[in-house]
Write a new protein. Structure first.
Length: 343
């Protein structure tokens, strides 16, 4: 094992977090002071529209342990995390939300578990404060549904607050999928995994960036990218309905032959046709989700585009990592839109 002290990377996705940033920087700095190894904090600006970037640029300019990746636009939480992890140089990488709902102090517990030999350590929410009952119920339903539908054991009540070791990180980097459901991807890869419980406080500043439709989107993609069950539902559902249709059809024919004067029921036709149309459309939609996923993959676009980076020339390079894309930006100029995945 390492004799030299471990190196840590913190990855923080930032999307319009202007209000939280001063407190966040404070808390992160004090966390860095308490960690037992060299630590870098990588802020990934996910196309913020407020003053977040300017604030971070100023902080990164004076604080040698902070680094900044500015994505060229909003790519979404899951991709922002990926960009940060791709650039991380530490032996252990910790991903956490920037809104202080993932308390920085919990990182110490994650690190302790990592030192016991766990490659992936999740922070499990045992209590969610300040979240509406609606969010709590939908989240809980989602985790249970996910558990039922997927073949991979995706841990319940676990978000993206986690620590991963180098081996898991390198594995993650080899997973190019566009449809990213990061927590599922880590569950999939195996290794020794464990969870550390924590109480999730309310977001006290700023707004949640996950409105209902975004949550739905994440939920649907979580299921579609980790389960073929919806496709099978289409198959069996279609078969069952066809069987019913045969039975009913037979009855209708006999009725037509033996019951004189019966005019075929208009109502039943309308009911059946509309029912079948509905199911058909639904199932086409299910198939479409998967086809859409394939479409996104075959385009082979890079996952994200980096506008500019700052702070990476300061120290701490990953000795083992050949994919590190960052060169010292020329005169602080933008890193010409190169993307990590192209390199
Ligand atoms: N975030 C991001 N890009 C987005 C949406 C969110 O980088 O498109 C970041 C956000 O700044 C925060 C984290 O992802 O650090 C989690 O977002 P949020 O707190 O809004 O989610 P919630 O805790 O409500 O699920
Ligand atoms: Mg939050």
């Amino acid at each position: 094992m390492n004799v030299s002290p471990p190196r840590y990377s913190l990855v923080l996705p930032i999307y319009n977090e202007e209000q939280v940033l001063p407190r966040l920087i404070e808390r992160i700095s004090s966390l860095i002071g308490r960690l037992d190894g060299e630590t870098e904090a990588i802020f990934v600006d996910d196309g913020s529209l407020d003053g977040s970037v300017e604030y971070l640029r100023n902080v990164v300019a004076v604080e040698p342990r902070f680094r900044l990746i500015e994505l060229s636009r909003n790519f979404g939480h899951q991709v922002a995390i990926t960009a940060g992890m791709d650039a991380a140089a530490g032996d252990a990488v910790i991903v956490m939300d920037a809104d202080l709902q993932d308390p920085p102090e919990v990182v110490l517990d994650l690190v302790a578990k990592w030192k016991e030999g766990f490659e992936i350590v999740y922070a499990r929410r045992v209590k969610r404060e300040g979240e509406s009952w609606f969010k709590r119920i939908t989240a809980s339903l989602f985790y249970r549904l996910l558990e039922k539908m997927t073949s991979v054991d995706i841990p319940r009540d676990v978000g993206d607050f986690r620590l991963v070791g180098r081996k898991a990180l390198e594995t993650f980097k080899q997973m190019p999928e566009h449809d990213r459901f990061v927590r599922g991807m880590f569950a999939w890869m195996g290794f020794k995994q464990t969870a550390v419980p924590f109480e999730r406080p309310a977001r006290n500043l700023g707004q949640t960036k996950y409105p209902f439709w975004k949550m739905m989107h994440l939920a649907v993609h979580g299921i579609v990218s980790f389960s073929e069950k919806p496709l099978r539902v289409a198959l069996w559902g279609g078969l069952a309905i066809s069987a019913l249709a045969v039975v009913f059809g037979t009855y209708a024919i006999f009725a037509w032959i033996f019951e004189t004067g019966v005019i075929a029921g208009w109502t039943s036709i309308v009911v059946i046709v509309s029912l079948l149309c509905g199911i058909n459309l639904f199932m086409t939609g299910v198939v479409g989700l998967y086809v859409g996923g394939i479409h996104a993959e075959v385009k082979r676009r890079p996952l994200y585009v980096i506008d500019r980076v700052a702070g990476f020339d300061k120290a701490m390079r990953a000795a083992s990592d050949s994919r590190r894309p960052f060169r010292k930006p020329r005169n602080g100029a933008s890193a010409d839109g190169r993307t990590l995945r192209q390199l």
